[in-house]
Design a protein around this ligand. Sequence first.
Ligand SMILES: [Zn+2]
Length: 691
Amino acid sequence: MKTSALRALTLAALSTWPMTTLAAKAPAAPAAPAVPVDLTAAPRMGTWGFDLGGRDTTVTAGADFYKHCNGAWDARTPIPSDRARFGVFEALNELSRARSRAIIEKAAADANATPDARQVGAMFKAFMDEKQVEKLGKKPLEADLAAVKAVKTKEELAALMGATQSGFGGAFFDMYIGQHAKQPEKYVAYLGQGGLNLPNRDYYLTAQFAEKKAAYTQYVAQVLGAAGWPQAGKAAEAIVALETDIALVSWTRVEQRDAVKSWNPMTPAELAALAPGFPWAPFLKAARLDRAETLVVGEPTAFTRIAEVFALTPVETLRAWIAFTVVDQAAPFLSKRFVDAHFAFRGKALSGQPEIQPRWKRGVEAVGRTVGEVVGRLYVEAYFPPASKTMMEALVADLKRAMGARIERLDWMSAVTKKRAQEKLAKFNVKIGYPSKWRDYSALQLDATDLYGNIKRHAAFDWDYDIKRLDRPVDRAEWAMTPQTVNAYYDPTMNEIVFPAAILQPPFFDPQADPAINYGAIGGVIGHEITHGFDDQGRQFDADGKLQDWWAPEDAERFVARAKGLIDQYSAFEVLPGAKVNGALTLGENIADLGGILLGLDAYALSLGGKPAPTIDGLTGEQRVLLGWAQVWRAKYREDALRQQVASGPHSPPMLRVNAVMRNVDAWYSTFGVQPGEALFVAPEKRVRIW
Ligand SMILES: [Zn+2]
């Protein structure tokens, strides 16, 4: 099964493990209205867009700006028991989920529903029919596990791994079809290091996660045993030892995010020479990639070593490994015994979440993952007013203007590089709300009595869709997120910024709010996505999305030196004992955050047209822009979830997306009167200035 096809840079990390992105305190599901609702139906903050009562004004801005803005909210807000973290993103996700549920239940109950709405209904019914999944028990797994048991040779094992792309199960090498980084008008097949079933290699190799690794071994034994796999305990030991070997030779997340080092196109023959320990021909054939002339390898040195691990591992262990990945991926769609075991490890042990989400929330999630754009179309009809799109278009134009002016003012960049940066900015594509055309799911068979089969058929349907891309030009209308997703992204090969409908709500975007709040919140988000086009990786792609260096060498050197300053600043933060922020891993997001809020401030100033900003409740315009930014990063974490994000995620924890960013913003010092000696104070000459 596909692990990740998304190369895009997202605004926020939302789910820590599949199927757990929902909160306990669901608002009552509103009935789907027949006419578009007003945006004000969603909750607004305070009287002008900011929740003044959520601040803790006993803490100064310079001591802890996150607490200054959000401390009272932090103190009064518990994390719901079915969440690993909770904040603004999750609260909006709740709303989105409740709305989606209303849409889905209506579709499920409508005898005259359109064919695609019937698919939505069938998928949801299949998920909600607990009696049926209980009755079936482990039966749905049997045919797939029998196929695993039947393999005798390494060639057959490799073929099995290739075939998992169209069903349940893992592989030592991940596959996806994406845009060609040198010829962005066409698609190409990508291969990446795989084989790990913990969040990243640190979980196998560092003392910080030793307990998690022990719990993992138990979990592997438990679900293999439940599935009837022979000698499950012994198999589990061998599986975890095998994955530890893979972890040892895998690239780190920092190495993986290097766009140049991870671009290694080669022929199948060159791949076979690079990693001779693995039977590539049967693998590629089973994955339907045997006709691909070019394969882009992400981590060449790891490929050689992982292939060696494959060659040295007994067939019996490899069979058990594949069997485990099938059961692990299928568990959320099987009987309670499997669901509970899966949650107890992936939700509770790894993320610290006390309780599993109610079944309906997981059902809405499952529908979103299979026929999400059908729900999205109905969501947009009901909840996304056309006026929001118009207002967003104007805001994006403001932010782009602000970026153009910043590029022009840079004192460290030469005129020739500035000109190319402006060309790139001018060519940004902008997508707001929802796709201009919707995905066609008509070839996907969804059956209200066959949950396991539905998930498998969806995986096959999706991979078939991807494979067929190899024969056609790039579809620029495609979206990597559904409209009901609370997030945003920049895609470097598309050179585009994308804002789904569900993020265009308070406190990100509120037509009723003081404009300063919107410039700080959604303006900062737009600025963040724009800046991704110019972060340490995004800057290596040109105006047409080509991975091609357009920088004068001395400008590139100056950029790298400035970025280094940011790496050092962030690396000094230890958010929990033993859990230090990885300044190199989070560099792209940190550059985007700094650029984002500076652009929000600039765009607000431009919007005033030379007039002074009004003062509201004693707060200046600049203060309100910065409060707007701080408010959207309200979030609370369970310790395990925070450790997981710090070890694995490209995003800094939300409190740092407020505190660490402000240290480099001159306007924050002046408008809040931050003084030397305060905890967050950085001397002017030491502040990092990039965009
Ligand atoms: Zn981002």
